[in-house]
Ligand binder design. Sequence first.
Ligand code: NAD
Ligand code: MG
Length: 398
Amino acid sequence: VLSVPRQRVCVLGSTGSIGTSTLDVIGRHPERFEVFALSAHSRVDDLAAQCLRWQPRFAVLPDVAAARDLATRLRSADVRTEVLVGAAALEEVAAHPEVDSVMAAIVGAAGLAPCLAAARAGKRLLLANKEALVVGGELFMRAVREGGATLLPIDSEHSAIFQCLPEDRSAWAQRIDHIVLTASGGPFRQRDPATLAEVTPEQACAHPNWVMGRKISVDSATMMNKALEVIEARWLFDLAPRDVRVLLHPQSIIHSMVVCRDASVLAQLGTPDMRVPIAYGLSWPQRIESGAAQLDFLSLASLTFEPADAQRFPGLQLAWQALEARPGTTAVLNAANEVAVAAFLERRLRFDRIHAVNAGTLAQLAVPEDATSTLGGLLALDASARAVAGELVARGGV
Ligand code: NAD
Ligand code: MG
């Protein structure tokens, strides 16, 4: 019998949608994986339950009170998980010498520092946290190169592209003419744009094909998610911005495509289930059972495609605009969008004003030169953008 040491996995954001799907896949392969660390932001009950089930070495929470609460509960259940506190602890577990793989499933720019720590420590880095790459771009990719990390995309579109490309990265540029990211169009693809002002958080979070966290659900409804993914793809696959294109495909069966230089098109298909890209990231270059259902081709009515309507989805265009502007502009766009989406979810901002806040912040904030070469510079830029966006939100986005 072949005995291979188990992969020790650190799951950052383990209580979220991607985090729980990751633990679901891990649970199907106890001989391959071991949970080394888990982290949560607010759902202490969920994290406690995960610690009982997985008995990780470490669990990380943001504040002392929550950590004490968790530690007490774990002690009374005789679980020996050590509870750590704060953002620095996320970096510590992500870069821990005993960790093999890090699943980056925190939402937002808050995930950047632990991603950089994992990259610099040369980990196998499974990236769901697209905002980290949108903010960090060049710095992030440099950390991956210099740290000797293996960066594996988890976003379904980027996993699809990755699955269509050869293992040898040095062959990518020669093969690719452009890539096509597919987009479902979200819940409002056919809604009268004049009625978008009345959209509620509940409606925006009701995605037709995927069940996801609230922030990415709102981003899917505005198509800012696709804008972030265009930026993410630019960095992951080292493409010129114009070579990243977007096509609406409402059925979410084709997860994205590579158009090669000879006009051959490679696509990756499957049921919309994030456990497929997660399982691929965990097992690459092998493939393991994911728990997802197989495609039933005969029950697929049809696969359709349409262009993204710029009037309905004005945010999409901001991706290329930000990529062509001074480095750091994508970090500004991401920060503005995080502020706007949070305000919308708290019913402080109209749905159709999310774009106004994003575009307004880009217009108002002058990105300083050399803001992107250090984490400190990026976090300062992120903070200035949040301040500008916050003022715009306070004025209703206008
Ligand atoms: P979610 O809201 O369900 O979970 C987010 C997780 O991050 C939770 O565990 C939460 O506790 C933690 N978290 C939140 N804020 C934090 C902070 N400030 N510091 C530390 N931890 C914090 O989100 P999700 O849907 O699982 O998405 C996670 C990431 O994966 C996002 O970047 C999203 O864009 C990306 N992604 C998600 C999906 C999906 O299907 N859900 C698909 C593709 C990409
Ligand atoms: Mg995606």
